[in-house]
Design a protein around this ligand. Structure first.
Ligand SMILES: NC(=O)c1ccc[n+]([C@@H]2O[C@H](COP(=O)([O-])OP(=O)(O)OC[C@H]3O[C@@H](n4cnc5c(N)ncnc54)[C@H](OP(=O)(O)O)[C@@H]3O)[C@@H](O)[C@H]2O)c1
Length: 229
């Protein structure tokens, strides 16, 4: 099995790479838009890849020919997606279509990360077959990416939906809810949080384990990742 990871500098990406390095016996290539930010990841296992470039995606698939791609790369700032809609669509939808085309060519299993933001929050916890109704542009674009994967005719695909990922990785590009609350409490500062949402934060390492299980079992379909009550 040859695993290609996109967005490997991110919270989930780094957790996946860490577990692959610990396993030690799996051929993998970590890629992200920026320079590698993981200190123990050697240059032989890292390459820069901007998934919004169809050309870069094609060149990389041609040279590496992955059995599995785990697409963790994303524009994850919900407000930025609202403000920069073209950029969000390019990253969340167009880039996924490039990955789909490349996966078809090399018979690659596509594992794509999605979100509970495809739902409107009127009920829950949501099951895989529940009807989507995204309220934000981020949610709409993530749902559109799910739809193009499902309609693509690709033989092997999995959509892993997750909720509020937390944890600590190297040189983090952004904080997360647990770190934010911990930091405020350590300073003795009050925290203001909404009190009408029930969500299930997911530790980055648990999510990474789930993604690698999907890869190992070559599982297809939609999977919801959230911590058990
Ligand atoms: N975090 C959450 O609470 C949450 C909740 C639900 C779903 N999800 C989904 O889970 C997945 C992983 O999220 P995450 O928290 O690990 O995200 P993250 O920490 O924000 O990391 C995303 C990574 O994507 C990379 N990236 C951005 N633009 C790229 C491009 N054009 N080409 C290649 N890589 C690019 C960035 O790499 P560089 O740093 O190298 O630029 C960044 O490190 C995403 O699909 C997200 O939508 C996350």
């Amino acid at each position: 099995m040859k695993i290609l990871i996109t967005g490997s500098n991110g919270l989930l990406g780094q957790n996946i790479v860490k577990q692959l390095l610990e396993k030690g016996n799996i051929d993998f290539l970590a890629t992200s838009k920026g320079e590698n930010r993981m200190s123990n990841l050697g240059s032989e296992n890292y390459q820069q890849l901007d998934i919004t470039s169809k050309e870069e995606v094609n060149i990389l698939f041609k040279s590496y020919q992955p059995t599995v791609v785990i697409n963790t790369a994303a524009m994850t700032n919900v407000d930025a997606c609202e403000e920069h809609r073209d950029q969000c669509w390019d990253m969340t939808v167009n880039a996924v279509s490039y990955l789909i085309d490349a996966c078809k060519k090399y018979n690659t299993h596509l594992i794509h990360l999605s979100t509970d933001f495809i739902f409107d929050g009127e009920k829950g916890p949501y099951k895989e077959e529940d009807k989507a109704n995204p309220l934000s542009y981020y949610g709409q674009s993530k749902y559109e990416a799910e739809l193009i994967i499902q309609k693509s005719g690709l033989k092997n695909w999995a959509i892993a939906r997750t909720i509020i990922v937390y944890g600590v990785v190297e040189k983090m590009s952004r904080s997360n809810v647990v770190l934010w609350a911990k930091g405020a409490l350590e300073k003795g500062s009050p925290i203001n949080v909404v009190d009408d949402q029930f969500r299930s934060p997911t530790h980055g390492s648990d999510l990474a384990k789930g993604c690698l299980l999907i890869a190992e079992k070559q599982a297809n379909g939609i999977f919801t990742f959230r911590e058990k009550k």
